[in-house]
Design a protein around this ligand. Structure first.
Ligand SMILES: *[C@@H]1O[C@H](CO)[C@@H](O)[C@H](O)[C@H]1NC(C)=O
Ligand SMILES: *[C@@H]1O[C@H](CO)[C@@H](O)[C@H](O)[C@H]1NC(C)=O
Ligand SMILES: *[C@@H]1O[C@H](CO)[C@@H](O)[C@H](O)[C@H]1NC(C)=O
Ligand SMILES: *[C@@H]1O[C@H](CO)[C@@H](O)[C@H](O)[C@H]1NC(C)=O
Ligand SMILES: *[C@@H]1O[C@H](CO)[C@@H](O)[C@H](O)[C@H]1NC(C)=O
Ligand SMILES: *[C@@H]1O[C@H](CO)[C@@H](O)[C@H](O)[C@H]1NC(C)=O
Ligand SMILES: [Zn+2]
Length: 932
């Protein structure tokens, strides 16, 4: 799955008709009170655990679905072939919000075990259903469980749900689609909804002639009986969360890969012309993965479908990947350079999952990083190889910086963490699993070399194909330690665990332990003394736990071009670097997941080096130094003066990545003081940024020309300049906006600067109204996202309130969380957004789910801006008022940590900022005189 950054979800009320909230864990209800029919008599629910019993294993599902897009409901039947391992009278499986109308049990010859309809009991708190068989099911035998069921096509984003789209003639059409990961297959049909219960699926769908039905596999037979019935080929063995089906009237484009896989991209009929880029990219990337993994993609087809209402960014259902429209559709006229990168990366991510996740699945959700960390990292490997011009390596640093941001708070957690309830499981889909997972893999790949890494993961994928794996299995495969089977079969060469590289102890320090290490280095003669500790930006925890990592250190010096390596496995250590060495830069190109602090004159040497000749270091190293210095400042380990001195060289920086990194900190400081309403510092910082970066701002053109990295710089720099009120920027934006208005909103502005132009235009009443008008009628979601951001940048709070009120009609509910975050980012909107969240909290939880990306985006988006103790108290009081839900969420702690970090930052640094600004006024004055 791809998380949607600050965007997400859909329509009106909650999901289907389940009354019980899945999030309140209590004792199993007495099922007879809840569901009286079906003669349950005095039976009570036989199972009290959240996870299903292991002694009944599903082998094959025959699933028939009959949705009605007019009635917005569906009925279905499922016949599940079961392997029973122990004698029992009960089958316990998952179902949520389904009406189960008939249950029968058949033996291997399809003879009924009982001539009565069987009792069905429900335990809604655990989302489980139990079927009682009066005749004992014998261990070692196979049976068939047959169930008839029905439900509404829900209005949420989970299970089998309804989505709608509007045609240009104003007609609204329905479609029905699924989203199951992690625990919502049970909302669509009764099933054993845990990742290790892999089974084959034979799916059939009834539909009207006007619609198309899609599922994981291709259609093998169509029955026409007034209604149509599509029968899909039997699937490979897979987990329930990967099952998918869609009934819609979409159009598609197709192509075939070199190995004969048919790839198709589907979208609403009028958006069909925006599917071509995705088709090309998908074919190219699928071919890349088949080669890289050296395992053929096992299905005959791969469909990619743009679903109008979709909460995540995309979902890797095997053979039928679903996307948000903005993650798949590419309109050359309105999509920017970064939209292209996003679409390519999301496709690369979901296709990587066809191997990592679908073919080999983590045993349980605690190790979701085995799916998500890998898919996230494979995005970089595959896009770097197939689309080198997109320069995706430039974005890898952001992924690692995001991971460090989260991991340097007390509230972080280990990559592998316990997760049992659906809410806990959903919350595992976070920065730690995705981004830290990817960065740790990046470090490991550098340590092992590309070739060893690649052959190790191929070994892992082969060993565990169509089954499940643990962390340990990955380490063993990478170190080429023998698996149990191989000890008996004499195939490929492998090592016994004693004989070889002990990757397990090294990697356990990264996956089972929270946090990111800080390595402090001190020069002492020809030696470099090393010390490691956990890096924290907030106060240290009251119970300091022992932290020790096995860090594969790398460094470069001025005396040679080679990269030096050293594995640090103790708290303190030292390395010989040589007497004659001038400077040392540790963590070469930031391939390692750790920060570095240079003690003594270390930082001064590097500051001097950047001033004298910054090209002596790679752009990655420069970016890394800037990042580390400012992080250390936040933690109170380095003075802000030093960090600001370090970026004193930025005027000569010509690379986009370090430039944006340095500028990003200045912008963040500006936003903090702007929001806190500290006028003197705000004003001075603004003048300073515009003065210091004048030349590079003036060099930008208002166009879509240039390389991806030039386009990214332009987009971000002009957006900041206009936000800071730079007159030349505002004037140009105003001119472009007027042209756009004059064209009756038909002109296509350069996509990279469109959002900036709209934001400037949105400050006038007529501009705002025209934008809203265009938003309402536009068919391009990428275009609409840019306009929405402009609408939410208005300085008029009435307009912001109006925006929030448009959700559900003009603004899709899937976009509500990004809208709230956009309003919160606006200095005039931050209290408005926070009040909105408090007022509508329970509605929001109904619309999204408690642990969802959307709810987390909303909490982080509205609180990350706060930096005063009053705000901290306000947030704490609110979380206490929703204690029952808040206590199940990790994200509430993250929010509190963020605010504390901001408070601390201001306490430590406001004085320095004020003083520097006074000193700089002198610089600027001298500069003016010189130029003047
Ligand atoms: C199931 O049977 C196996 C032996 O066939 C036994 O070892 C195991 O304990 C049984 N499990 C349960 C839950 O009764
Ligand atoms: C949906 O229900 C309507 C009204 O009952 C019926 O006319 C139509 O044929 C049904 N469509 C399908 C696909 O079952
Ligand atoms: C079930 O899947 C496995 C592997 O994924 C495949 O080999 C087998 O043929 C499938 N079973 C059926 C009945 O098609
Ligand atoms: C990207 O490609 C270049 C050139 O092929 C290679 O040197 C580099 O290691 C690749 N980066 C990643 C992350 O795979
Ligand atoms: C700056 O460093 C680079 C790389 O080490 C070197 O090629 C170049 O000559 C240096 N320039 C100056 C002015 O010292
Ligand atoms: C502007 O567009 C609207 C809606 O598309 C149309 O009704 C109107 O006639 C257009 N006006 C001009 C001046 O082209
Ligand atoms: Zn994913």
């Amino acid at each position: 799955m791809v998380r949607f950054l600050v965007l997400a979800l859909l329509s009106l009320a909650g999901v289907t008709q389940t009354s019980a909230s899945p999030t309140q864990a209590s004792e199993p209800l007495n099922p007879t009170e809840e569901q009286p029919p079906l003669g349950t008599g005095s039976l009570s629910f036989p199972w009290s655990h959240l996870r299903l019993p292991g002694y009944i294993v599903p082998l094959h599902y025959h699933l028939l679905l009959h949705p009605n897009l007019t009635m917005l409901s569906y009925s279905g039947t499922v016949r599940i072939e079961l392997q029973v391992q122990n004698n029992t009278n009960w089958v316990v499986l998952h179902s949520k919000g389904l009406r189960i109308t008939t249950a029968t049990m058949l033996d291997q010859n399809l003879a009924h075990l009982s001539d009565k309809v069987l009792p069905v009991l429900h335990n809604p708190t655990h989302e489980q259903t139990a079927i009682f068989s009066p005749r004992v099911l014998s261990g070692g035998q196979k049976y068939f469980l047959f169930l008839e069921f029905g439900a509404e096509l829900g209005e949420g984003f989970y299970g089998f749900y309804r989505s709608t789209y509007r045609t240009s003639s104003g007609e609204t059409r329905n479609l029905a689609s699924t989203h199951f990961e992690p625990t919502s297959a049970r909302m669509a049909f009764p099933c054993f909804d845990e990742p290790s219960f892999k089974a084959n699926y034979s799916i059939s769908i009834r539909r009207s002639r006007a619609h198309t039905a899609l599922s994981n596999m291709p259609i093998v037979m169509v029955l026409d009986d007034g209604l149509m019935e599509d029968r899909f080929a039997v699937s490979v063995r897979m987990s329930s969360y990967l099952v998918a089906f869609i009934v819609c009237d979409f159009k598609s484009v197709s192509a075939t890969t070199a190995s004969g896989v048919k790839v198709s991209v589907y979208a609403a009929p009028e958006k069909w012309q925006h599917t071509h880029y995705a088709l090309k990219a998908a074919v190219k990337l699928l071919e890349f993965y088949e080669k890289y993994f050296n395992i053929k993609y096992p299905l005959p087809k791969q469909d990619l479908v743009a679903i109008p209402d979709f909460q995540a960014g995309a979902m890797e259902n095997w053979g039928l990947i679903t996307f948000r429209e903005t993650s798949l559709l590419f309109d050359p006229a309105t999509s920017s350079g970064s939209d292209r990168v996003w679409v390519t990366m999301v496709i690369a991510h979901e296709l990587a999952h066809q191997w990592f996740g679908n073919l080999v699945t983590m045993q349980w959700w605690n190790d979701i990083w085995l799916n998500e960390g890998f898919a996230r990292y494979m995005e970089y490997i595959s896009v770097n190889a197939t689309y080198p011009k997109l320069r995706v390596e430039d974005y890898l640093v952001d992924t690692c910086f995001a991971a460090i941001g989260r991991d340097s708070l007390n509230s972080s957690h280990p990559i592998s963490s316990a997760a049992e309830s659906p809410t806990q499981i959903e919350e595992m889909f976070d920065t730690v699993s995705y981004d830290k997972g990817a960065c740790v893999l990046h470090m490991l790949r550098h340590y092992l070399t590309d070739q060893v890494f690649q052959s190790g993961i191929v070994r892992y994928l082969r060993r565990y194909s169509y089954s499940n794996a643990h962390n340990q299995d990955l380490w063993d495969s990478l170190a080429n330690t023998c698996s149990k089977e191989e000890e008996f079969s004499s195939g490929e060469h492998c090592y016994s665990s004693r004989q070889h590289l002990d990757l397990t102890s090294m990697m356990n320090t990264w996956t089972l332990q929270t946090g990111v290490p800080l390595v402090t280095v001190t020069r002492q003669g020809s030696h470099l003394l090393l010390k490691q500790e956990r890096f924290l930006r907030t106060a240290h925890p009251s119970d300091p736990t022992w932290f020790l990592w096995h860090i594969p250190l790398t460094y470069r010096t001025d005396t040679s071009t080679s990269i030096h390596r050293h594995l640090m496995t103790t708290l303190t250590d030292s390395m010989e670097v040589g007497e004659e060495v001038g400077w040392v830069k540790v963590n070469v190109d930031m391939a390692g997941y750790y920060l570095v602090h240079y003690d003594g004159s270390g930082w001064d040497d590097l500051i001097q080096l950047l001033k004298d000749n910054h090209t002596a270091l790679t752009f990655m190293d420069r970016t890394h130094l800037i990042h580390n210095a400012f992080q250390l400042t936040t933690a109170g380990r380095l003075s802000l003066d030093k960090a600001l001195d370090l970026i004193g060289y930025l005027r000569s920086e010509s690379h986009t990545v370090p430039l944006l990194e340095g500028l990003g900190y200045l912008e963040a400081f500006y936003r903090i003081v702007e929001r806190r309403d500290i006028p003197d510092v705000t004003q001075n910082l603004r003048t300073y940024i515009l003065w210091y970066f004048r030349d590079v701002i003036d060099r930008q053109t208002w166009s879509d020309k240039g390389s991806v990295s030039e386009r990214r710089l332009r987009s971000e720099l002009l957006s900041l300049a206009c936000h800071l009120g730079d007159l030349p920027c505002l004037k140009q934006a105003q001119r472009s906006f007027t042209h756009w208005l004059d064209s009756n909103s038909t002109l296509n502005l350069p996509a990279d600067v469109a959002e900036t132009v709209y934001s400037v235009g949105a400050q006038e009443d007529t501009g705002w109204a025209s934008l809203l008008q265009t938003y309402t009628h536009s068919l391009s979601e990428t275009h609409k996202r840019k306009i929405l951001s402009a609408l939410a940048s208005s300085r008029d709070t009435n307009k912001l309130t109006r925006c929030l009120g448009l959700e559900g009609e003009v603004i899709r509910t899937q976009d509500l969380d990004s809208l709230i975050a956009m309003v919160a980012r606006n200095p005039r909107g931050r209290h408005l957004a926070w009040s909105y969240v408090q007022k509508y909290w329970s509605t929001l939880v109904d619309k999204f789910q408690l642990g969802s990306f959307s709810i987390r985006n909303i909490i982080i988006g509205t609180t990350a801006q706060f930096s005063s103790t009053e705000e901290l108290t306000e947030v704490r009081v609110f979380f206490e008022s929703i204690h029952e839900q808040a206590s199940q969420l990790r994200v509430t702690e993250v929010a509190m940590d963020n605010i504390q970090k901001n408070i601390l930052w201001l306490q430590r640094n406001l004085g320095t900022l004020r003083k520097r600004e006074r000193d700089r006024e002198g610089d600027r004055e001298r500069d003016r005189q010189r130029r003047g």
